[in-house]
Write a new protein. Structure first.
Length: 97
C-alpha cells in the first residue's frame, strides 16, 4: 500500500498577520498534525515547505501567488506534480482539508 501524500501550501497570510510582519505561511497536514507555520518572506516559507516535504516523502509543495493562483509546485518521491490544467487556477476557498 502506498503512503499517503503530504501536501504543503505556501500562501499569503491574512491582513492581521501581515500587519504584524508575517506575510507568508506554510499550511499542511503531517499525519494527524495540522501545520500552520508563519514566515516573513515567501522565500523563507518555500524553503521551509521544501525541507518538510523532503522529510515526508511522498510529498508536494504548492506555491500560491498573492492572488491565490498556483504559481508553481514541487514534487518529492512518487508525488504527482500539479498538472498544467490546474496551474493558474485560483485556489478554492473551502480550506485545505
Amino acid at each position: 500500500m502506498a503512503a499517503k501524500q503530504t501536501v504543503y501550501h505556501v500562501t499569503p497570510s491574512g491582513e492581521r498577520a501581515a500587519d504584524a510582519g508575517v506575510k507568508w505561511q506554510v499550511e499542511g497536514r503531517e499525519g494527524r498534525r495540522l501545520l500552520h507555520e508563519p514566515h516573513r518572506t515567501q522565500k523563507d516559507a518555500i524553503d521551509s515547505a521544501r525541507d518538510r516535504a523532503k522529510e515526508h516523502i511522498p510529498a508536494q509543495v504548492v506555491v500560491h501567488a498573492r492572488d491565490g493562483h498556483i504559481r508553481t509546485a514541487y514534487a518529492y518521491g512518487d508525488a504527482p506534480a500539479t498538472s498544467p490544467d490546474n496551474r493558474g487556477r485560483k485556489a478554492g476557498g473551502g480550506g485545505l482539508f
